[in-house]
Design a protein around this ligand. Structure first.
Ligand code: PBG
Length: 354
């Protein structure tokens, strides 16, 4: 009849779908879920990116609520906080004053500049307890807003000025050496010039800095997710530059996956210690691709635009910020990244300990 049971009954008299495989048994209690969980993110996986400037106060960054440009004094306080939360890595991004910028970006290797001063202050206070990373690229120091030197000719695409590869690599070597001399532990070239990892490795080794690591931004895409960062540092390609207003002649095309394998292989051959993929969540496939292809640690950069999107939705009460952030970081780890650069580092570490 209409009411007669369709299914047999179990020993509690409940309907019972006859089947041997029940994946839900591995999710039945918190203890079981914890036992079978493949990936966990802990504060030790996080790298804390900080913006610094040559001022004695902090300044809010409107497009990245919760982030500030820090004075060196305040940088030391934030680093102490990070260490207390179990985060041992910090990466520095300087806002350089306009009058110090030039096409050749020579300020990037000024031993008395902002970044070397910040490295020295961190190392004096925390020694080896903190691992200091620096970004190697010309853009914060470039009056063109480019990661490389802009040519004087108009031989590039559409009659634009070109970004000069090898001349730029020479400056990047000077920059990396300057940071190593100040005490940097890891240099991270983010410029995407060809051959820069090998050239930097040689320059470092020649001065005896064989222990300074290179984390190469191997797969860095020409992404629109960097917008807030460029606002924070006033480092976007300039309208006044004769070079294109985007970075597509050096950063990778978002349509390409296999090209990441080529970039990564070259960087490893040249001596990179870790490979970084950037942005993060929109490029989880690339993280996984590199993870499968190369037996080296992978880092992921959860970039400014990704941060800003979560912040904006959270501020409107549309998402649960804590849960969304922790799930996001977990997805980066699951894809294959053991190091995660995120502006949420301090908050995430707090949430992990709750
Ligand atoms: C500089 C650099 C950029 C970022 C990190 N290093 C900007 C860019 O390439 O234009 C972006 C990071 C972020 O958006 O959070 N080469």
């Amino acid at each position: 009849s209409a009411n007669s049971p369709l299914l047999p009954r179990n020993d509690k008299g409940e309907p019972w779908v006859v089947q041997r495989s029940r994946p839900r048994r591995n999710r039945k209690t918190n203890a079981v879920r914890e036992m079978v969980r493949e990936n966990v993110v802990s504060p030790g996986n996080l790298v804390y990116p900080v913006f610094i400037h040559d001022e004695d106060h902090d300044e809010d960054i409107d497009v990245m609520p919760g982030c500030k440009r820090l004075s060196i004094q305040s940088l030391l306080k934030h680093a102490a906080q990070a260490l207390d939360l179990g985060i041992g890595h910090i990466i520095l991004f300087p806002k350089i004053e306009e009058h110090l910028k030039s096409n050749t970006a020579d300020e990037c290797y000024n031993p008395k500049g902002l970044v070397p001063s910040a490295i020295k202050a961190l190392k004096e206070k925390f020694g080896s307890r903190i691992t200091v990373w620096t970004d190697i690229a010309l853009d914060p120091y470039s009056d063109q807003g480019h990661d490389g030197i802009v040519s004087n000719d108009s031989l590039g695409d559409g009659g634009c000025a070109r970004i000069l590869n090898d001349e730029t690599v020479e400056q990047l070597c000077r920059q990396a050496l300057c940071h190593a001399r100040a005490g940097a532990d890891i240099v991270a070239p983010s410029d995407m010039m060809d051959g820069r990892v090998g050239a930097i490795r040689d320059a470092l080794d020649e001065e005896g800095f064989t222990d300074v690591s290179i984390v190469s931004y191997a797969a860095k895409y020409a992404s629109s997710f960097y917008g807030p960062f460029r606002g924070a540092l006033d480092s976007a390609p300039r309208e006044t530059s004769r070079a294109p207003r985007d970075k597509k002649t050096y950063q990778m095309d978002p349509g390409n996956a296999r090209e990441a394998l080529r970039e990564a292989a070259a960087d490893l051959e040249e001596g990179a210690d870790m490979l970084l993929v950037k942005p993060g969540v929109p490029y989880l496939d690339i993280i996984h691709l590199l993870y499968d292809a190369f037996p080296v640690p992978i880092a992921a950069y959860h970039v400014s635009g990704e941060y800003a999107m979560i912040k904006a939705a959270a501020q409107r009460g549309w998402i649960d910020e804590k849960q969304v952030v922790l799930e996001t970081l977990l997805s980066l780890k699951r894809a294959g990244a053991t190091s995660i650069l995120t502006y949420y580092a301090l908050e995430a570490a707090k949430w992990m300990q709750e």
